[in-house]
Ligand binder design. Structure first.
Ligand SMILES: CC(C)(COP(=O)(O)OP(=O)(O)OC[C@H]1O[C@@H](n2cnc3c(N)ncnc32)[C@H](O)[C@@H]1OP(=O)(O)O)[C@@H](O)C(=O)NCCC(=O)NCCS
Length: 144
């Protein structure tokens, strides 16, 4: 079941999936986690948070409109490849359409690009390196 959750519930999955458990939970916070309009989604399998992602209002470069950035996309290893991440992002897209968002974008790890393309995102940047994380590209999805 997908629901809106407080950021405190996403910190542990961010750490485990995206930072190899290297950080403290506080170090897994993003500066944008609590800004106006930010929200966090979780897919719960009973009491287990299986997948999470965070969104906040943010334009990309010169792209105009009402935009959101997706960050912290993470599915626990044992839950991957079941369509849960896809469902979570699609849930967000329906919500964002209601918020009159024009587009959503993210800095995607190169390994995850196909996941985003399956949802309909397009690559809009060259490859760039995020220190300590690896190669990334910017992915963009027009909402309306
Ligand atoms: C990227 C990530 C979030 C995807 O989450 P997920 O829940 O596994 O996503 P999905 O199951 O919706 O899609 C993953 C794959 O499963 C396939 N899939 C989807 N539904 C499926 C189903 N019902 N049965 C089998 N496979 C399925 C998809 O085709 C997709 O394949 P592809 O990405 O190789 O093209 C997850 O792999 C992850 O957390 N990775 C490590 C962290 C990371 O890279 N995060 C992204 C940072 S930008």
């Amino acid at each position: 079941m997908i629901r809106f959750i407080p950021v405190e519930e996403v910190l542990a999955i961010r750490n485990e999936v995206l930072r190899e458990g290297r950080l403290t939970l506080d170090e897994c916070r993003f500066p944008t986690d609590k800004i106006e309009g930010a929200f966090h989604l979780g897919y719960y399998d009973n009491d287990q948070l299986a997948c999470a992602a965070s969104f906040h209002p943010q334009n990309y470069g010169e792209y105009k409109g009402n935009a959101y950035q997706l960050r912290g996309m993470a599915t626990l290893e044992q839950y991957r490849g079941k369509g849960i991440g896809n469902q979570l992002v699609n849930f967000a897209i329906v919500y964002l359409r209601g918020q009159k968002a024009n587009y959503v974008w993210c800095n995607a790890r190169v390994k995850a690009i196909r996941f985003y393309q399956n949802i309909g995102f397009e690559v809009i940047s060259d490859e760039f390196e995020v220190p300590n994380v690896g190669p990334h590209r910017v992915l963009y999805l027009k909402i309306q």
